[in-house]
Write a protein that binds this ligand. Sequence first.
Ligand code: DGL
Length: 273
Amino acid sequence: MPDAADPTIGVFDSGVGGLTVARAVLARVPRARLVYLADTAHVPYGPRPLAQVRDFAVQIIAFLFGQGADAVVMGCNMSSAAGAHTVATARFSRPVFEVIGPGSAAACAATRSGAIGVIATQGTVHSGAYGRALRACGATQVREQACPAFVPLVERGVSDGPEVEAAVTAYLTPLRDAGMDTLVFGCTHYPFLRAPIARFLGPDVTLIDPAEFVARQVETLFGAGAAPPDPARHRFFSSGDPESLRREGERFLGLPLPRVTRVDVPVERAVEA
Ligand code: DGL
């Protein structure tokens, strides 16, 4: 186990989605210091080329290690689908966690029928990363659905109501009709919409949020620890409007976010670890 009394854990995403991962990590490792970067200047990542997202992600990971992170958790499925985890693991000496592997393993453990649905960004769906990971752990049927309207809704702070319900119905009807018994949130923004999605699918479909399972991996590496959380030790960066990250972060994490700093991505002079 690394010698980190209060480990600093870097988490990043295109926007607020990675907060779902940050919250899961803090629930498992409450003494962690969080350093979070939202690449809001480039949200949504979904329609962008995978190579561009990979480049952003690798630079952001370097930045987070430069900020003293003992490990980085990629709070963004698309960056792992784009291969950033492979590049970063080869380039950096400190651990880098990603969400597709643990999310897929959890879905395979949960399914009874072997039929698993995935909702994700266009880029993640087109990469085929979830299909490969799920089939490798035993899924017999995988159905992936891109949900491009979800990220803009979540970034606007809209997580329920008629607009969300219309989008949920449009995207999830084919998956529900295909009869899968397990659904993976293949984008970290989507757990913000968990309530309307759960309402639509009903209790027979198991919802898998990969954040919970990557957070267990982080706990295995660092140990939970018992120190009480001190919000002042977390740091937040945004490449866009710091105010929107502050607002959503405070609401979702239930913590005051006194420090949200503007930073440009691609990050100049990112320090490599
Ligand atoms: N939340 C990110 C993911 O998990 C990206 C969402 C986006 O910006 O399109 O893939």
